[in-house]
Write a protein that binds this ligand. Structure first.
Ligand code: UDX
Ligand code: UDX
Length: 457
Protein backbone atom coordinates (compact mmCIF):
# COMPACT_ATOMS: atom_id res chain seq x y z
CA UNK A 1 0.00 0.00 0.00
CA UNK A 2 2.96 2.34 0.44
CA UNK A 3 4.49 3.63 -2.81
CA UNK A 4 8.04 3.33 -1.43
CA UNK A 5 9.76 1.94 1.64
CA UNK A 6 12.74 3.83 3.00
CA UNK A 7 15.12 2.92 5.80
CA UNK A 8 17.52 5.11 7.74
CA UNK A 9 20.30 3.58 9.83
CA UNK A 10 21.28 5.98 12.65
CA UNK A 11 18.60 7.77 14.70
CA UNK A 12 20.69 10.80 15.66
CA UNK A 13 20.43 14.55 15.16
CA UNK A 14 20.51 14.08 11.40
CA UNK A 15 18.69 10.79 10.80
CA UNK A 16 15.75 11.45 13.16
CA UNK A 17 14.60 14.89 11.96
CA UNK A 18 15.36 14.17 8.29
CA UNK A 19 13.24 11.04 8.26
CA UNK A 20 10.46 12.76 10.22
CA UNK A 21 10.33 15.43 7.51
CA UNK A 22 10.25 12.88 4.66
CA UNK A 23 7.48 11.00 6.48
CA UNK A 24 5.43 14.17 6.95
CA UNK A 25 5.86 15.37 3.37
CA UNK A 26 5.42 11.92 1.79
CA UNK A 27 2.50 10.14 3.51
CA UNK A 28 2.56 7.60 0.67
CA UNK A 29 6.02 6.34 1.76
CA UNK A 30 6.80 4.11 4.71
CA UNK A 31 9.87 5.32 6.60
CA UNK A 32 11.67 3.25 9.21
CA UNK A 33 14.57 4.43 11.37
CA UNK A 34 16.83 1.93 13.13
CA UNK A 35 19.71 2.35 15.55
CA UNK A 36 22.04 0.10 17.52
CA UNK A 37 21.13 2.09 20.62
CA UNK A 38 17.94 0.48 22.02
CA UNK A 39 17.44 3.22 24.57
CA UNK A 40 17.50 5.89 21.87
CA UNK A 41 14.89 4.02 19.83
CA UNK A 42 12.73 3.67 22.94
CA UNK A 43 12.91 7.43 23.42
CA UNK A 44 11.99 8.09 19.79
CA UNK A 45 8.94 5.91 20.49
CA UNK A 46 8.06 7.83 23.66
CA UNK A 47 6.77 11.31 24.45
CA UNK A 48 10.27 12.44 25.36
CA UNK A 49 12.32 12.42 22.15
CA UNK A 50 16.09 11.93 22.50
CA UNK A 51 16.82 15.32 20.92
CA UNK A 52 15.30 18.75 21.29
CA UNK A 53 14.56 20.57 18.05
CA UNK A 54 11.85 23.23 17.67
CA UNK A 55 8.87 21.80 15.77
CA UNK A 56 10.11 18.20 15.85
CA UNK A 57 7.74 16.94 18.56
CA UNK A 58 4.69 18.02 16.61
CA UNK A 59 5.83 16.32 13.41
CA UNK A 60 6.77 13.08 15.15
CA UNK A 61 3.41 13.06 16.94
CA UNK A 62 1.65 13.40 13.59
CA UNK A 63 3.54 10.76 11.62
CA UNK A 64 4.80 8.19 14.13
CA UNK A 65 2.82 4.97 13.71
CA UNK A 66 1.26 6.33 10.51
CA UNK A 67 4.23 6.11 8.13
CA UNK A 68 7.23 6.69 10.43
CA UNK A 69 8.49 3.82 12.56
CA UNK A 70 11.44 3.46 14.93
CA UNK A 71 12.88 0.00 15.40
CA UNK A 72 15.93 -1.90 16.67
CA UNK A 73 15.60 -4.72 14.14
CA UNK A 74 18.39 -3.47 11.91
CA UNK A 75 18.88 -6.71 9.99
CA UNK A 76 15.20 -7.36 9.33
CA UNK A 77 14.71 -3.78 8.14
CA UNK A 78 17.72 -3.98 5.81
CA UNK A 79 16.07 -6.97 4.16
CA UNK A 80 12.71 -5.23 3.97
CA UNK A 81 13.88 -1.92 2.43
CA UNK A 82 15.59 -1.18 -0.87
CA UNK A 83 16.40 2.50 -0.26
CA UNK A 84 18.71 2.89 2.71
CA UNK A 85 20.03 6.16 4.14
CA UNK A 86 23.09 5.73 6.35
CA UNK A 87 23.39 8.38 9.02
CA UNK A 88 25.63 6.78 11.62
CA UNK A 89 28.20 8.93 13.33
CA UNK A 90 31.62 9.57 11.84
CA UNK A 91 33.53 11.22 14.70
CA UNK A 92 37.15 12.31 14.61
CA UNK A 93 39.52 9.39 15.11
CA UNK A 94 41.01 9.26 18.60
CA UNK A 95 43.59 6.54 17.98
CA UNK A 96 46.20 5.35 15.49
CA UNK A 97 47.05 7.04 12.20
CA UNK A 98 45.28 10.36 11.75
CA UNK A 99 44.23 10.55 15.44
CA UNK A 100 42.63 13.92 16.16
CA UNK A 101 42.28 14.66 12.43
CA UNK A 102 40.82 11.92 10.24
CA UNK A 103 37.24 10.68 10.37
CA UNK A 104 36.69 7.44 12.25
CA UNK A 105 34.94 5.28 9.67
CA UNK A 106 34.53 2.15 11.75
CA UNK A 107 30.77 2.52 12.31
CA UNK A 108 30.32 3.39 8.70
CA UNK A 109 32.20 0.31 7.51
CA UNK A 110 30.46 -1.99 10.00
CA UNK A 111 27.13 -0.73 8.73
CA UNK A 112 28.19 -1.37 5.12
CA UNK A 113 29.19 -4.93 5.99
CA UNK A 114 25.94 -5.49 7.82
CA UNK A 115 23.98 -4.29 4.78
CA UNK A 116 25.92 -6.64 2.55
CA UNK A 117 25.40 -9.57 4.90
CA UNK A 118 21.66 -9.12 5.17
CA UNK A 119 20.68 -7.91 1.71
CA UNK A 120 18.73 -10.29 -0.49
CA UNK A 121 17.85 -7.82 -3.26
CA UNK A 122 19.36 -4.79 -5.05
CA UNK A 123 19.62 -1.66 -2.91
CA UNK A 124 20.32 2.03 -3.17
CA UNK A 125 22.61 3.12 -0.32
CA UNK A 126 22.64 6.82 0.44
CA UNK A 127 25.52 8.42 2.35
CA UNK A 128 23.94 10.93 4.72
CA UNK A 129 26.79 11.06 7.22
CA UNK A 130 29.62 13.45 6.43
CA UNK A 131 32.51 11.50 5.01
CA UNK A 132 35.92 12.06 3.51
CA UNK A 133 35.84 12.48 -0.26
CA UNK A 134 36.07 9.13 -2.05
CA UNK A 135 34.43 7.13 0.75
CA UNK A 136 31.83 5.94 -1.73
CA UNK A 137 34.54 4.00 -3.52
CA UNK A 138 35.42 2.10 -0.34
CA UNK A 139 31.72 1.59 0.24
CA UNK A 140 31.23 0.18 -3.25
CA UNK A 141 34.16 -2.17 -2.78
CA UNK A 142 32.88 -3.48 0.55
CA UNK A 143 29.34 -3.86 -0.74
CA UNK A 144 30.43 -5.33 -4.04
CA UNK A 145 32.69 -8.04 -2.61
CA UNK A 146 31.44 -11.64 -2.98
CA UNK A 147 27.93 -10.69 -3.90
CA UNK A 148 25.76 -10.76 -6.99
CA UNK A 149 23.37 -8.18 -5.60
CA UNK A 150 23.77 -4.66 -7.03
CA UNK A 151 24.34 -1.82 -4.59
CA UNK A 152 24.20 1.72 -5.96
CA UNK A 153 25.90 4.25 -3.68
CA UNK A 154 24.69 7.87 -3.68
CA UNK A 155 25.87 10.87 -1.67
CA UNK A 156 23.22 13.16 -0.21
CA UNK A 157 24.87 15.32 2.45
CA UNK A 158 22.72 17.02 5.06
CA UNK A 159 23.16 20.78 5.46
CA UNK A 160 20.66 21.29 8.29
CA UNK A 161 21.77 23.28 11.29
CA UNK A 162 20.68 22.37 14.79
CA UNK A 163 18.01 24.52 16.33
CA UNK A 164 16.61 25.26 12.88
CA UNK A 165 16.65 21.69 11.55
CA UNK A 166 12.93 21.54 10.80
CA UNK A 167 12.92 24.86 8.96
CA UNK A 168 16.10 23.86 7.06
CA UNK A 169 14.54 20.55 6.04
CA UNK A 170 11.25 22.13 5.13
CA UNK A 171 12.76 24.85 3.03
CA UNK A 172 16.35 23.95 2.12
CA UNK A 173 18.61 26.34 0.15
CA UNK A 174 19.51 23.28 -1.88
CA UNK A 175 19.43 19.51 -1.79
CA UNK A 176 22.58 17.94 -3.21
CA UNK A 177 22.64 14.47 -4.73
CA UNK A 178 25.87 12.95 -6.02
CA UNK A 179 25.92 9.81 -8.10
CA UNK A 180 27.91 7.77 -10.55
CA UNK A 181 27.29 8.70 -14.17
CA UNK A 182 26.23 5.16 -15.12
CA UNK A 183 22.71 4.04 -16.10
CA UNK A 184 22.14 2.52 -12.63
CA UNK A 185 23.67 5.59 -10.98
CA UNK A 186 21.43 7.97 -12.88
CA UNK A 187 18.34 5.81 -12.21
CA UNK A 188 19.05 5.77 -8.45
CA UNK A 189 19.72 9.51 -8.48
CA UNK A 190 16.40 10.17 -10.21
CA UNK A 191 14.61 8.07 -7.63
CA UNK A 192 16.09 10.20 -4.85
CA UNK A 193 15.31 13.43 -6.72
CA UNK A 194 11.68 12.26 -6.90
CA UNK A 195 11.54 11.75 -3.13
CA UNK A 196 12.69 15.32 -2.38
CA UNK A 197 10.58 16.76 -5.19
CA UNK A 198 7.54 15.93 -3.06
CA UNK A 199 8.18 19.25 -1.32
CA UNK A 200 11.42 20.87 -2.54
CA UNK A 201 11.24 22.93 -5.78
CA UNK A 202 13.08 21.05 -8.55
CA UNK A 203 15.51 23.90 -9.20
CA UNK A 204 16.80 23.58 -5.67
CA UNK A 205 17.60 19.89 -6.09
CA UNK A 206 21.04 19.85 -7.62
CA UNK A 207 23.01 16.87 -8.82
CA UNK A 208 26.73 16.35 -9.22
CA UNK A 209 29.30 13.63 -9.45
CA UNK A 210 29.64 11.67 -6.26
CA UNK A 211 33.06 13.04 -5.29
CA UNK A 212 31.93 16.66 -5.64
CA UNK A 213 28.97 15.89 -3.44
CA UNK A 214 31.06 14.29 -0.71
CA UNK A 215 33.55 17.15 -0.79
CA UNK A 216 30.92 19.92 -0.91
CA UNK A 217 29.71 19.06 2.57
CA UNK A 218 33.18 19.44 4.07
CA UNK A 219 33.75 22.63 2.12
CA UNK A 220 30.42 24.21 3.08
CA UNK A 221 31.18 23.69 6.76
CA UNK A 222 34.77 24.90 6.33
CA UNK A 223 33.57 28.12 4.65
CA UNK A 224 30.97 28.79 7.34
CA UNK A 225 33.48 28.22 10.13
CA UNK A 226 36.04 30.34 8.31
CA UNK A 227 33.70 33.33 8.39
CA UNK A 228 33.35 33.01 12.15
CA UNK A 229 37.11 32.72 12.64
CA UNK A 230 37.62 35.71 10.34
CA UNK A 231 35.31 37.93 12.37
CA UNK A 232 36.71 36.58 15.65
CA UNK A 233 40.24 37.44 14.51
CA UNK A 234 38.98 40.96 13.82
CA UNK A 235 37.27 41.00 17.25
CA UNK A 236 40.65 40.65 18.92
CA UNK A 237 41.88 43.66 16.96
CA UNK A 238 38.75 45.65 17.85
CA UNK A 239 39.35 45.06 21.54
CA UNK A 240 42.74 46.75 21.18
CA UNK A 241 41.62 49.67 19.03
CA UNK A 242 38.20 50.77 20.36
CA UNK A 243 36.55 49.64 17.16
CA UNK A 244 33.29 47.72 17.70
CA UNK A 245 33.20 44.35 15.94
CA UNK A 246 29.42 44.43 15.47
CA UNK A 247 29.70 47.77 13.67
CA UNK A 248 32.55 46.45 11.53
CA UNK A 249 30.63 43.25 10.70
CA UNK A 250 27.58 45.28 9.71
CA UNK A 251 29.55 47.63 7.48
CA UNK A 252 31.41 44.78 5.83
CA UNK A 253 28.45 42.40 5.56
CA UNK A 254 26.28 44.91 3.72
CA UNK A 255 28.56 44.46 0.73
CA UNK A 256 26.35 42.01 -1.15
CA UNK A 257 29.41 40.09 -2.29
CA UNK A 258 30.21 39.35 1.35
CA UNK A 259 26.73 39.03 2.91
CA UNK A 260 25.61 39.56 6.49
CA UNK A 261 25.23 36.01 7.79
CA UNK A 262 27.71 34.14 10.01
CA UNK A 263 29.57 37.28 11.01
CA UNK A 264 28.65 37.29 14.70
CA UNK A 265 31.80 37.43 16.79
CA UNK A 266 31.56 34.98 19.67
CA UNK A 267 33.38 33.03 22.33
CA UNK A 268 34.07 30.56 19.52
CA UNK A 269 32.14 28.14 17.39
CA UNK A 270 31.15 24.69 18.64
CA UNK A 271 28.95 21.87 17.46
CA UNK A 272 29.61 18.38 16.25
CA UNK A 273 30.52 19.35 12.69
CA UNK A 274 32.74 22.37 12.18
CA UNK A 275 35.90 21.22 13.93
CA UNK A 276 35.50 17.59 12.86
CA UNK A 277 34.90 18.46 9.21
CA UNK A 278 37.73 20.97 8.99
CA UNK A 279 40.18 18.54 10.60
CA UNK A 280 39.00 15.99 8.10
CA UNK A 281 39.61 18.47 5.25
CA UNK A 282 43.06 19.29 6.64
CA UNK A 283 43.90 15.60 6.87
CA UNK A 284 42.75 15.02 3.29
CA UNK A 285 44.87 17.93 2.01
CA UNK A 286 47.93 16.67 3.91
CA UNK A 287 47.46 13.13 2.69
CA UNK A 288 47.61 14.45 -0.90
CA UNK A 289 50.75 16.49 -0.04
CA UNK A 290 48.86 19.81 -0.20
CA UNK A 291 50.46 21.29 2.90
CA UNK A 292 49.76 24.97 2.19
CA UNK A 293 46.07 24.24 1.71
CA UNK A 294 46.11 22.15 4.90
CA UNK A 295 47.80 24.94 6.90
CA UNK A 296 45.31 27.48 5.58
CA UNK A 297 42.29 25.52 6.82
CA UNK A 298 43.98 24.56 10.05
CA UNK A 299 44.23 28.28 10.77
CA UNK A 300 40.43 28.41 11.11
CA UNK A 301 40.63 25.95 14.02
CA UNK A 302 43.60 27.74 15.59
CA UNK A 303 41.78 31.06 15.70
CA UNK A 304 38.80 29.32 17.29
CA UNK A 305 40.94 27.75 20.01
CA UNK A 306 42.62 31.08 20.59
CA UNK A 307 39.25 32.82 20.88
CA UNK A 308 38.20 30.56 23.75
CA UNK A 309 41.54 31.04 25.50
CA UNK A 310 41.31 34.81 25.11
CA UNK A 311 37.86 34.80 26.67
CA UNK A 312 39.10 33.16 29.87
CA UNK A 313 42.16 35.41 30.00
CA UNK A 314 39.93 38.47 29.70
CA UNK A 315 37.91 37.21 32.67
CA UNK A 316 41.01 36.54 34.70
CA UNK A 317 42.58 39.94 34.01
CA UNK A 318 39.36 41.85 34.57
CA UNK A 319 38.75 40.14 37.89
CA UNK A 320 42.08 41.23 39.36
CA UNK A 321 44.06 38.17 38.21
CA UNK A 322 42.47 35.67 40.53
CA UNK A 323 39.33 33.61 40.17
CA UNK A 324 39.95 31.31 43.13
CA UNK A 325 36.75 30.80 45.16
CA UNK A 326 34.89 33.33 43.02
CA UNK A 327 31.47 32.19 41.90
CA UNK A 328 31.08 32.41 38.15
CA UNK A 329 27.76 31.71 36.51
CA UNK A 330 27.67 30.46 32.91
CA UNK A 331 24.50 31.58 31.13
CA UNK A 332 24.01 28.73 28.68
CA UNK A 333 25.97 25.59 28.01
CA UNK A 334 24.61 24.45 24.61
CA UNK A 335 26.88 25.16 21.64
CA UNK A 336 24.17 27.47 20.24
CA UNK A 337 20.63 28.52 21.11
CA UNK A 338 17.53 26.36 20.60
CA UNK A 339 19.28 23.05 21.12
CA UNK A 340 20.25 20.92 24.08
CA UNK A 341 23.35 19.73 22.22
CA UNK A 342 26.68 20.52 23.87
CA UNK A 343 29.07 18.71 21.55
CA UNK A 344 32.27 20.80 21.20
CA UNK A 345 30.51 23.63 23.01
CA UNK A 346 32.95 26.42 23.91
CA UNK A 347 31.29 26.34 27.36
CA UNK A 348 33.01 23.00 28.07
CA UNK A 349 36.44 24.56 27.56
CA UNK A 350 35.56 27.70 29.52
CA UNK A 351 34.12 25.70 32.44
CA UNK A 352 37.24 23.53 32.57
CA UNK A 353 39.59 26.52 32.57
CA UNK A 354 37.57 28.29 35.27
CA UNK A 355 37.71 25.16 37.42
CA UNK A 356 41.48 25.02 36.91
CA UNK A 357 41.56 28.58 38.25
CA UNK A 358 39.67 27.19 41.28
CA UNK A 359 36.53 29.22 40.60
CA UNK A 360 33.14 27.87 41.68
CA UNK A 361 31.28 27.29 38.41
CA UNK A 362 27.49 27.57 38.28
CA UNK A 363 25.81 26.40 35.10
CA UNK A 364 22.33 27.24 33.92
CA UNK A 365 20.73 26.39 30.56
CA UNK A 366 17.10 25.81 29.59
CA UNK A 367 17.80 22.61 27.62
CA UNK A 368 21.38 21.44 28.07
CA UNK A 369 21.89 20.74 31.77
CA UNK A 370 21.64 16.97 31.34
CA UNK A 371 24.41 17.03 28.73
CA UNK A 372 26.45 19.55 30.73
CA UNK A 373 26.44 17.20 33.72
CA UNK A 374 27.77 14.44 31.53
CA UNK A 375 30.41 16.65 29.87
CA UNK A 376 31.80 17.83 33.19
CA UNK A 377 31.50 14.54 35.08
CA UNK A 378 34.69 13.72 36.95
CA UNK A 379 36.13 17.21 36.68
CA UNK A 380 37.83 18.46 39.81
CA UNK A 381 36.32 21.44 41.60
CA UNK A 382 32.95 22.79 42.63
CA UNK A 383 30.26 22.80 39.92
CA UNK A 384 26.59 23.57 40.42
CA UNK A 385 23.80 22.99 37.90
CA UNK A 386 20.79 25.23 38.45
CA UNK A 387 17.71 25.54 36.23
CA UNK A 388 16.56 28.98 37.30
CA UNK A 389 18.86 31.73 35.95
CA UNK A 390 18.09 34.08 38.87
CA UNK A 391 18.98 31.45 41.42
CA UNK A 392 22.10 30.55 39.41
CA UNK A 393 23.25 34.17 39.23
CA UNK A 394 22.62 34.97 42.92
CA UNK A 395 25.81 35.54 44.94
CA UNK A 396 27.96 35.24 41.79
CA UNK A 397 30.90 37.54 41.12
CA UNK A 398 30.47 37.24 37.38
CA UNK A 399 28.06 36.11 34.67
CA UNK A 400 29.43 34.78 31.39
CA UNK A 401 27.05 34.37 28.45
CA UNK A 402 27.98 31.19 26.60
CA UNK A 403 24.81 30.62 24.56
CA UNK A 404 22.61 33.19 22.82
CA UNK A 405 19.29 31.98 24.30
CA UNK A 406 16.63 34.69 23.90
CA UNK A 407 15.59 34.27 27.51
CA UNK A 408 18.87 35.82 28.71
CA UNK A 409 18.11 39.05 26.86
CA UNK A 410 14.89 39.61 28.77
CA UNK A 411 15.95 38.86 32.33
CA UNK A 412 15.43 41.37 35.12
CA UNK A 413 19.07 42.43 35.43
CA UNK A 414 18.34 44.96 38.20
CA UNK A 415 17.21 42.03 40.32
CA UNK A 416 20.24 40.00 39.27
CA UNK A 417 22.63 42.87 40.03
CA UNK A 418 21.18 43.27 43.52
CA UNK A 419 21.72 39.57 44.23
CA UNK A 420 25.35 39.45 43.08
CA UNK A 421 28.67 39.97 44.86
CA UNK A 422 30.21 43.39 44.04
CA UNK A 423 31.95 44.46 41.94
CA UNK A 424 29.69 42.54 39.54
CA UNK A 425 30.98 41.53 36.12
CA UNK A 426 29.34 40.39 32.91
CA UNK A 427 31.33 38.74 30.12
CA UNK A 428 29.12 38.52 27.08
CA UNK A 429 30.48 35.78 24.84
CA UNK A 430 27.63 36.25 22.35
CA UNK A 431 27.11 40.01 22.29
CA UNK A 432 23.41 39.68 23.06
CA UNK A 433 23.07 41.99 26.05
CA UNK A 434 22.49 45.73 26.11
CA UNK A 435 25.89 46.90 27.40
CA UNK A 436 24.98 50.51 28.02
CA UNK A 437 21.90 49.64 30.09
CA UNK A 438 23.76 47.08 32.16
CA UNK A 439 26.70 49.42 32.69
CA UNK A 440 24.31 52.08 33.96
CA UNK A 441 22.91 49.56 36.46
CA UNK A 442 26.39 49.14 37.89
CA UNK A 443 27.79 46.12 36.05
CA UNK A 444 31.31 46.04 34.60
CA UNK A 445 30.84 44.73 31.08
CA UNK A 446 33.17 42.94 28.73
CA UNK A 447 31.82 41.88 25.35
CA UNK A 448 33.63 40.14 22.50
CA UNK A 449 35.23 42.63 20.13
CA UNK A 450 34.04 45.73 21.99
CA UNK A 451 35.74 48.14 24.34
CA UNK A 452 35.11 47.16 27.98
CA UNK A 453 32.79 49.38 30.07
CA UNK A 454 33.92 49.47 33.69
CA UNK A 455 33.35 51.60 36.74
CA UNK A 456 37.01 51.51 37.71
CA UNK A 457 39.07 54.65 37.38
C1 UDX B 1 25.87 11.95 11.97
C2 UDX B 1 27.37 12.01 11.68
O1 UDX B 1 28.10 12.05 12.88
C3 UDX B 1 27.76 13.22 10.89
O2 UDX B 1 29.07 13.03 10.40
C4 UDX B 1 26.90 13.43 9.72
O3 UDX B 1 27.12 14.69 9.20
C5 UDX B 1 25.46 13.23 10.03
O4 UDX B 1 25.22 12.05 10.77
P1 UDX B 1 24.48 12.98 13.96
O5 UDX B 1 23.16 12.53 13.47
O6 UDX B 1 24.59 14.32 14.61
O7 UDX B 1 25.54 13.04 12.80
O8 UDX B 1 25.13 11.86 14.89
P2 UDX B 1 24.51 11.16 16.16
O9 UDX B 1 23.47 12.02 16.77
O10 UDX B 1 25.66 10.68 16.97
O11 UDX B 1 23.74 9.91 15.55
C6 UDX B 1 24.33 8.81 14.99
C7 UDX B 1 23.50 7.58 15.40
O12 UDX B 1 23.98 6.43 14.73
C8 UDX B 1 23.55 7.27 16.90
O13 UDX B 1 22.24 7.24 17.42
C9 UDX B 1 24.19 5.88 16.95
O14 UDX B 1 23.69 5.06 18.00
C10 UDX B 1 23.86 5.32 15.59
N1 UDX B 1 24.74 4.24 15.15
C11 UDX B 1 26.08 4.36 15.25
C12 UDX B 1 24.19 3.09 14.61
O15 UDX B 1 22.97 2.96 14.52
N2 UDX B 1 25.03 2.10 14.15
C13 UDX B 1 26.38 2.19 14.28
O16 UDX B 1 27.10 1.26 13.88
C14 UDX B 1 26.93 3.36 14.84
C1 UDX C 1 26.54 23.48 10.94
C2 UDX C 1 26.17 24.00 9.55
O1 UDX C 1 25.59 25.31 9.66
C3 UDX C 1 25.20 23.04 8.88
O2 UDX C 1 24.92 23.47 7.56
C4 UDX C 1 25.80 21.65 8.86
O3 UDX C 1 24.91 20.71 8.29
C5 UDX C 1 26.18 21.21 10.25
O4 UDX C 1 27.06 22.17 10.85
P1 UDX C 1 25.38 23.57 13.32
O5 UDX C 1 26.70 23.11 13.84
O6 UDX C 1 24.15 22.88 13.75
O7 UDX C 1 25.38 23.52 11.73
O8 UDX C 1 25.18 25.10 13.74
P2 UDX C 1 25.63 26.53 13.16
O9 UDX C 1 24.45 27.39 13.19
O10 UDX C 1 26.36 26.43 11.90
O11 UDX C 1 26.60 27.06 14.32
C6 UDX C 1 27.85 26.46 14.57
C7 UDX C 1 28.59 27.24 15.64
O12 UDX C 1 29.00 28.51 15.15
C8 UDX C 1 27.75 27.54 16.89
O13 UDX C 1 28.55 27.36 18.05
C9 UDX C 1 27.36 28.98 16.70
O14 UDX C 1 27.07 29.63 17.91
C10 UDX C 1 28.61 29.53 16.06
N1 UDX C 1 28.39 30.78 15.30
C11 UDX C 1 27.54 30.80 14.23
C12 UDX C 1 29.09 31.93 15.64
O15 UDX C 1 29.88 31.93 16.60
N2 UDX C 1 28.89 33.07 14.90
C13 UDX C 1 28.06 33.11 13.83
O16 UDX C 1 27.95 34.17 13.20
C14 UDX C 1 27.36 31.94 13.49
Amino acid sequence: MFAKKILCIGAGYVGGPTMAMIAMRCPHYKITVVDINDEKIARWNSNELPIYEPGLDEIVREVRGRNLFFSTDIEGEIRANDIIFVSVNTPTKTYGAGAGMAADLQYWEKTARQIRRCAQSNKVIIEKSTLPVRTALAMERILGAENNIHFEVLSNPEFLAEGSAIEDLQNPDRVLIGSRDTPTGVAARNELVDIFANWVPRERIITSNIWSSELSKLVANAFLAQRISSINAIASLCEKTEADVAEVARAVGLDSRIGTKFLNASVGFGGSCFKKDIMNLVYLCRSYGLNEAADYWEGVIKINECQKERFVLTMLRAMFNTLADKRICLFGFAFKANTGDTRESPAIYIARKLLEEQAVVVITDPKALENARRDLAGMKGEILFIDDPYEAAAASDALAVMTEWDLYKDLDFERIFDSMTKPAFIFDGRNILDRKKLFDMGFNIYAVGKPPMTHFA
